[in-house]
Design a protein around this ligand. Structure first.
Ligand code: GAP
Length: 464
């Protein structure tokens, strides 16, 4: 089982402290969200898993953390100033604004049974291009319109990697093929954000740029398309809720030769199966586009430098073949927020207890669970039990995220932990004072096992 719709996750998130609407006490800010005590842990665990798999468990990838605000020229030469647009239309009747290419995904506000433009009262304007980059000014400037101080918040983390290609190559003394991985915030002034954390204006990306010889690019691209599904399913997301989508030529970004998206079933409630899916990530063959456009040497057909502002050449010299060339780039790019949403949707389950009550269980992989263990005293008015439970929690916390809770009856405490995905509950009872053992309860099977306190840490680590 997985969540029947995104709304179920929105309500669980708000109720239990995964994700809250941002700026809520001032009426909110369209499509901005804050990650609460559990949400920040889940997001951190997803990022840790990606970094572990991408950087630590391979021999050919280095990490990077580049600036969000870069020289404006980065975005001039990357092509984002010229081409990072969405086509926008306004409706003169309802005064709403829509993305022309997404009209079929939304309803007309006045006539929800049809798409914008499909009712005789709709009056859409001609499409115009709207640049998605957030603008800002750097330093103390005379006016916000001062072009010399204009800068952007990065719309993708990738460019920070390309402009550091030579730095990383030289300092790490790498040879092709190798990759550079980065996790960080990106910003896009989306025309129609929505669906909770699926499409927001501020989000986080996990991107890796893998540099290869041009002739190897198609094969390496396919390897990453196949390989990435292993990481996604290792997070507990089931294969049946994933599918591949080959972007058509019209859909390709300005830099891409081929892009395959991995889609997740974010909208299982939709009758039309085709409409149940949306993009979790994209895996692109960006060719040598980016390294070329940021290099000082390449020339256009008339012999003019395409980048007269760059001070470096980002080509690669292969000492074995004595060739100099611009490497091709294979880019798997995935959003932290969309991954978190897919992980929560897929982990969502309901189970009926002996009393016929429905309980929510978030069957998160222990590796991702915000809290690994909850230590619960069976009798909170008995000080020896409370003290022992608190001591057990303190002894566990250097190795795993542990919490202590005595704010309810045991049934309620178990239910609370099930709902937030805590894989283990440890109960301290009267007998624990005699036999120095506790009960370990499993979240998914609700089975219980008696474990000696001095074996507890090792026992839990083994099961995670
Ligand atoms: N460097 C390539 C690139 O940025 P993208 O497909 O535009 O490609 C990569 O973005 C991933 O970032 C997406 O697959 C998605 O997971 C995430 N993403 C993009 N825009 C987003 C948004 N507005 N809100 C949340 N996540 C977004």
């Amino acid at each position: 089982m997985s969540a029947p719709n995104i709304e179920t996750i929105v309500s669980l998130s708000k109720r239990r402290g995964f994700v809250y609407p941002a700026s809520e006490i001032y009426g909110g800010l369209g499509s901005s969200w804050d990650y609460g005590p559990l949400g920040v842990e889940l997001a951190n665990n997803i990022k840790k898993s990606w970094w572990q798999w991408m950087v630590y468990e391979r021999d050919d990838i280095e990490g990077l953390d580049s600036s969000i605000i870069q020289n404006r020229l980065v975005w001039k030469y990357s092509g984002h100033e010229q081409t990072f647009h969405d086509p926008l239309v306004d409706c003169r009747t309802c005064k709403e604004r829509f993305r022309l290419d997404k009209l079929l995904d939304v309803q007309c506000p006045n006539h929800p049974s049809v798409h914008p433009g499909d009712d005789k009262e709709c009056s859409l304007t001609e499409a115009r291009e709207f640049n998605l980059m957030f603008r800002t000014t750097v330093g103390a400037v005379s006016s916000d319109e001062d072009e010399s101080a204009l800068a952007y918040l990065r719309p993708e983390t990738a460019q920070g990697i390309f402009i550091n290609f030579a730095n990383v190559l030289n300092t790490s003394r790498r040879k092709l093929p190798f990759g550079i991985a980065q996790i960080g915030k990106a910003f896009r002034n989306e025309v129609t954000p929505g669906n909770f954390i699926f499409r927001t204006r501020e989000f986080e990306q996990m991107e890796m740029e893998y540099f290869v010889r041009p002739e190897d690019a198609p094969r390496v691209h396919q390897d990453w398309i196949d390989g990435f599904q292993d990481w996604i399913t290792s997070l507990g997301i089931s294969q049946e809720n994933l599918k591949l989508y080959e972007q058509s030529e019209k859909e390709l970004a300005h830099y891409a030769e081929r892009t395959v998206d991995i889609l997740y079933r974010y909208f299982p409630e939709r009758e039309d199966e085709e409409k149940q899916w949306d993009e979790l990530m994209g895996i692109a063959n960006r060719t040598d586009y980016d390294l070329r456009v940021h290099s000082k040497k390449p020339e256009d057909a008339e012999g003019k430098r395409i980048n007269p502002d760059s001070t470096d050449d980002l080509s690669y010299f292969d000492p074995q073949t004595n060739e100099r060339f611009y490497p091709y780039v294979i880019e798997p790019a995935i959003g932290v927020n969309r991954t978190l949403l897919a992980v929560m949707m897929d982990a969502y389950t309901e189970k009926t207890n002996d009393k016929g009550e429905t309980r929510v269980i978030l069957k998160l992989k222990p590796e991702l669970a915000p809290i690994k263990v909850a230590v619960l005293p069976l009798a909170k008015n008995k000080s020896e039990i409370v003290e022992l439970a608190k001591k057990i929690k303190h002894d566990l916390q250097p190795t795993m995220r542990a919490v202590y809770d005595d704010t309810g009856g045991i049934g309620k405490l178990y239910a609370r932990q099930d709902e937030i995905g805590t894989p283990f509950c440890v109960t301290v009872d009267h007998e624990s004072l005699e036999d120095a053992a506790v009960t370990v309860r499993d979240r998914d099977s609700w089975e219980q096992e008696r474990i000696a306190i001095d074996q507890l840490n090792e026992h839990l680590l083994r099961r995670m």
